[in-house]
Design a protein around this ligand. Sequence first.
Ligand code: NAP
Length: 309
Amino acid sequence: MRLRTGLLGIGKIARDQHIPAIAGNSRFELVACASRNARVDDVANFKDLESMLAALPDLHCVSICTPPQAHFDAALMALRAGCHVMLEKPPTATTRQIALLAEEAARSGRTLFQTWHSRFAAGVDSAREWLRGRKLVSGKIVWKEDVHFWHPGQRWIWEPGGFGVFDPGINALSLLTELLPDEVAVERARLEFPENQQAPIAATLALRTTAGVNIVAEFDFRQKGEQSWDIELATTSGALKLSRGGAGLELDGRIETLDEGLAGEYPRLYRRFASLCEAGKSEVDWRPFQLVADAFLIGERRIVAPHEI
Ligand code: NAP
């Protein structure tokens, strides 16, 4: 039986990735969408999740593609209606909310797949394999992009719970926590807030692993020219560079993987979602989110010039 699926929040990621990935996976059937302002052809359309769930009591799954501020209420409602839930990153607006969702999924016996799409990038499995058994010496993350190009008109990103530069930056932390054999914590942080916005435009984090290795992470939304989504890890026996958000991998300067961008990530995400639903399991890992929350807690704040959206 195919998993009858509803999509919530029809914006950039829903159209670019979720709709094609669902269409390409025979385990799923997209039957409905819920969005306040958008419609999708050839499926039932609703203004909100509540009316979608009321009209379609036989829905199996809800995939949530709204900004993080709207994730908690929607995921809770879908789980309580008996649906499996796939949640876009960042998981929720507060750390307590994702813990509560995990508890609700366990209680209701439904799958909660709290996704980190970058972990499904082409270079990640080989990078994890290569690192296993090697001794890390240092690490550097450079995650710098032009917010005007990648997030045009996305007001929510600058509002409380919108994460600012951590909306893309949390992807780097999702990779780091996936790759490192040791755990990592934030030691110091500096956040730059435009004086007219509620979320940071840039941040620098000093992280340290439980083995005492220092990792520096730089995030910036003001990047012009070449964009960077790179992680470099030096070990006592060679160096690794993950580039293009995990789609490119170099081991000791040798190119290992070809770039497929986001294209391969979402088909893999939906394959994982199908197996989790079939196995009756959830997948939730909020460590990357804790790192961001900790940066907000201990970070020095600097106010910078106003930023136009
Ligand atoms: P987006 O283009 O702004 O689309 C999100 C849609 O959600 C909006 O078009 C809006 O549609 C709906 N929505 C519901 N509640 C909303 C609210 N309170 N504020 C604003 N919109 C609301 O955003 P997106 O780029 O698709 O990103 C959505 C989520 O996917 C984010 O968590 C983001 O981090 C994640 N993501 C994005 C990308 C990417 O490349 N863009 C990649 C990976 C992950 P209606 O107005 O019709 O309701």
